[in-house]
Design a protein around this ligand. Structure first.
Ligand SMILES: CC(C)(COP(=O)(O)OP(=O)(O)OC[C@H]1O[C@@H](n2cnc3c(N)ncnc32)[C@H](O)[C@@H]1OP(=O)(O)O)[C@@H](O)C(=O)NCCC(=O)NCCS
Length: 413
């Protein structure tokens, strides 16, 4: 069956479909959050002929975002989000039609990369997305010591200041700071000004018994050099205060992050600091002496990357090692990528050209997405997810794509 995907012309119906799929509390603020969260021309819908009354069969949206890649360049990406299929329309190919539509629209718009955060594990690999960045969630106790002798001089010039995220001007400061540091932490995803307003907007229903989200800025010579968002929660154990402060992504260089981390473990009435988004090679683990220096550490997938356009994406980033491999790329949903490519990296620069030679490797385009930000993909050969026709070709590719430190995770979008 040919399923038509078209732009949304009915914000209320789009929202109502989303509310059914995601079954959260419906509030008066939802329409305003949709306005900030998704540009009107980036909402798309499917209406099956026998679809549900008054709702769409499927919806999706795209957030225009930017992402830093290895080498430090910041490139535009499509942030795929708000994906939902009506429960009565599921498993009939609605998502497959929406993904095909998304890839061809992004391709036409000249975007080389699409990114997302996944819900269930089985969904996005088949559409060519690979897990490109992992994230740690770490709990540490009040007063944890951070040891970083080589950073102390720099840290001594940094002060930290708490403010409320929703205050005028704060979203703009956060975005400017994140953009300024994105190049040093490849994998950083920076949202549009509207996306930052969305993050800093907290309607009353979202608060109830919670405090407003705060932000801790790190400043040097009067300018912002980093920040971290946080929220405190009271808890009393046997009449003693043992609250939890939950912090989001750190932004800034290592010294700013150290100053912020020290402040986070020294907040009155708190017993635990929960850090929700720590990169796999984040300096924090080094400062506390590794996972054993934490109270708890969990790991899961953060950003998923999809190369919308292999030959446009490949040269956007830099490469730590050289490679010259002919790869047979399998790509069911973006057929312009399918076929043989010579993927070359030389002196740090990448070039992808069509190839006639026999392939050294056969792999799904999701493997190139998984390695695009520098995350190690060497294990996929052992896992039987890549076919190697020339011994050593996959090692050559993975060494070139891997970066010295693991990519920065991104906040959920
Ligand atoms: C996930 C969801 C969007 C799938 O939509 P759908 O229209 O049922 O998917 P399709 O019928 O197009 O399925 C396409 C393929 O993906 C597979 N698939 C779909 N959802 C899957 C899932 N959750 N897990 C594993 N495979 C899945 C289908 O079996 C099908 O496989 P095939 O190509 O081998 O036949 C839908 O179930 C949904 O809205 N779920 C709740 C919200 C959600 O999780 N959204 C994703 C946000 S990140």
């Amino acid at each position: 069956m040919n399923i038509d995907v078209r732009p949304s012309h009915d914000a209320e119906k789009f929202l109502a479909t989303d509310q059914l799929v995601w079954f959260a509390e419906v509030t008066d603020s939802d329409a305003a959050l949709l306005r900030l969260g998704l540009p009107e021309d980036q909402r798309f819908v499917v209406d099956l002929p026998d679809g549900p009354e008054g709702l769409h069969s499927g919806i999706y949206g795209v957030r225009p975002m930017e992402m830093s890649v290895p080498g430090g360049t910041v490139v535009p990406i499509a942030g795929l989000t708000w994906v939902g299929v009506h429960p009565d329309s599921r498993r009939r190919g609605v998502l497959a039609a929406m993904m095909t539509d998304h890839l061809s629209r992004s391709h036409d718009a000249g975007l080389a990369i699409s990114a997302l955060h996944a819900s269930e594990p089985g969904i996005y690999g088949r559409f060519g997305y690979g897990t490109a960045a992992l994230t740690h969630q770490v709990s540490i106790g009040r007063g944890t010591t951070f040891t970083a002798p080589q950073l102390e001089d720099e840290v001594s010039g940094i002060t930290t200041h708490v403010t409320t995220m929703s205050q005028p001007g704060v979203a703009e400061r956060m975005r400017a700071c994140q953009l300024a540091h994105a190049g040093d932490f490849p994998g950083t995803i920076v949202g549009s000004p509207d996306f930052f307003s969305l993050m800093t907007t907290e309607p009353p229903e979202a608060l109830r018994d919670k405090e407003r989200r705060r932000v801790l800025f790190a400043c040097r010579n009067g300018g912002d050099v980093g920040f971290v968002g946080l929220r405190r929660e009271h808890k009393w154990d046997n009449a003693r205060p043992s609250g939890t402060v939950t912090a989001g992504m750190f932004c800034g260089g290592p010294a700013a992050r150290l100053a912020l981390a020290r402040r986070l473990v020294d907040i009155d009435l708190m017993g635990t600091t929960k850090l929700e988004n720590i990169g796999v090679d984040d300096p924090l683990l080094g400062w506390v002496g590794g996972p054993r220096g934490t109270g708890d550490l969990q790991t899961w997938d953060s950003t998923w990357i999809r190369l919308v356009d292999v030959d446009a994406a490949w040269p956007l980033r830099s490469y730590d090692d050289d490679c010259d491999v002919v790869v047979e790329v399998e790509d069911r949903y973006a057929p312009w990528n399918a076929g043989r490519w010579r993927l070359n990296a030389s002196g740090g620069e990448g070039k992808a050209t069509r190839a006639d030679e026999d392939a050294d490797l056969t792999l799904d385009v999701n493997v190139l997405g998984a390695g695009f930000l520098g995350h190690g993909i060497g294990g996929l050969l052992r896992a039987g997810l890549v076919r190697e026709h020339r011994t050593g070709a996959y090692a050559e590719l993975t060494r070139a794509m891997r970066t010295l430190v693991a990519p920065e995770p991104s906040i959920g979008f």
